[in-house]
Design a protein around this ligand. Structure first.
Ligand code: FMN
Length: 257
C-alpha cells in the first residue's frame, strides 16, 4: 500500500466541513442489546408459479438495458431520489447484518470538481506507467483514458466506502465480516435501483482513492471502493460495442438438476 502522504500535497484536498452534511451517528450496535429474537416473516410475497416465471423474465428484460454511460448532461436529479436509491442499497444482505458500508452523495459543484482533479491525477499516474501493460490492454476495447469530465457534469456522485471495522456505542471496535462481498452486493442493489429509476451510471474506480477519505473526512476504518456518477445520458452518449457482449448462460452457469 503506497503512502498517502503525497495526497496532502494536493492543495485542493483540504477538508470542507462546511459543505458536508454529516449524519449524526445512529448505531444499532448498542453493546448490551445484542440478543436473538425471532419475528414472523414480514412482507411475504405469494406469487403464483406463473407470476414467478413472468417476474424473473421481466426483471432480466429490464436489467439488460443497463449500460455504463460515460457522457452525461447536467439535468438535475432530486436529492430524495438519490436517497431512495441509497435506501435500497441499505436493504442488502451483509455478513452478520453489520452493513459495512457508507455512501457519500455529492452534488456540490465545488466538491465534485475537487474529486475530478484528484481522480484525474490518480488516473494520469495509472495510464502513464502505474498500470501493467496487461491492464492497459484489457481497457483498450472500453476506450477509457485519464480525462473524467463526467465527474463535473453528472449531477450526483455517490462515493461508496467499505467499513473494515465498526464501533459499538461505547466506542469499542467490532470486526466486520465478508466486507467486500457485502459492499459489492449493496453496490449492485444501488446500481439496480438507479437503473430502475431511469437513471444512468458510471462505476468509476480511480486507483487508489484515499483522497476521498481526506476530502470527506471519512475515518481510517473506511476504504473507498467506487465513485458512481449518476445522471441522464447526453444525446451523443455511446457505449463500447464490447460492453453489449455478455457471456451466455451456458458459460456463466452450471445447472445440476
Ligand atoms: C468494479 C468496477 C470498476 C470499474 N471501473 C471503471 C472505471 O474506472 N472507468 C470506467 O470508465 N468504467 C469502469 N467500470 C465499468 C466497466 O468498464 C463496465 O461495467 C464494463 O465495460 C461493462 O459495461 P456495462 O456496465 O455497460 O455492462 C467499472 C466497473 C466495475 C464493476
Amino acid at each position: 500500500m503506497p503512502s498517502i502522504a503525497y495526497l496532502y500535497t494536493m492543495p485542493f484536498l483540504q477538508k470542507h466541513d462546511s459543505l458536508i452534511q454529516k449524519n449524526k451517528g445512529y448505531t444499532m450496535f448498542a453493546k448490551e442489546h445484542i440478543s436473538y429474537e425471532a419475528i414472523g416473516l414480514p412482507d411475504r410475497v405469494d406469487y403464483s408459479d406463473v407470476q414467478v416465471v413472468a417476474e424473473a423474465k421481466a426483471f432480466y428484460k429490464r436489467m439488460k438495458t443497463r449500460h455504463t454511460v460515460r457522457d452525461f448532461i447536467d439535468r438535475p436529479i432530486p436529492r430524495s431520489t438519490i436517497e431512495d436509491c441509497i435506501r435500497t442499497a441499505g436493504t442488502a444482505p451483509s455478513g452478520a447484518n453489520h452493513q459495512p458500508w457508507h455512501f457519500v452523495a455529492v452534488s456540490n459543484p465545488e466538491l465534485k470538481h475537487k474529486i475530478r482533479l484528484a481522480a484525474e491525477e490518480e488516473e494520469r499516474r495509472f495510464y502513464d506507467g502505474g498500470a501493467s501493460d496487461e491492464w492497459i490492454k484489457a481497457l483498450e476495447p472500453i476506450g477509457t483514458n485519464a480525462d473524467k469530465p463526467h465527474l463535473d457534469i453528472a449531477p450526483w456522485l455517490i462515493l461508496v466506502f467499505a467499513q473494515k471495522w465498526g464501533e459499538f456505542d461505547d466506542g469499542t471496535r467490532y470486526k466486520n465480516y465478508y466486507v467486500p462481498e457485502s459492499v459489492g452486493i449493496a453496490t449492485g442493489f444501488l446500481l439496480a435501483a438507479l437503473h430502475h429509476a431511469g437513471l444512468s451510471t458510471l462505476t468509476h474506480t480511480p486507483n487508489p482513492m484515499k483522497f476521498l477519505n481526506v476530502l470527506f473526512d471519512r475515518p481510517k476504518s473506511e476504504k473507498p471502493t467506487m465513485i458512481i456518477a449518476v445522471g441522464h445520458p447526453a444525446p451523443h452518449a455511446t457505449v463500447p460495442k464490447v460492453a453489449k457482449y455478455k457471456k451466455p448462460l451456458t458459460e456463466i452457469a452450471t445447472i445440476a438438476e
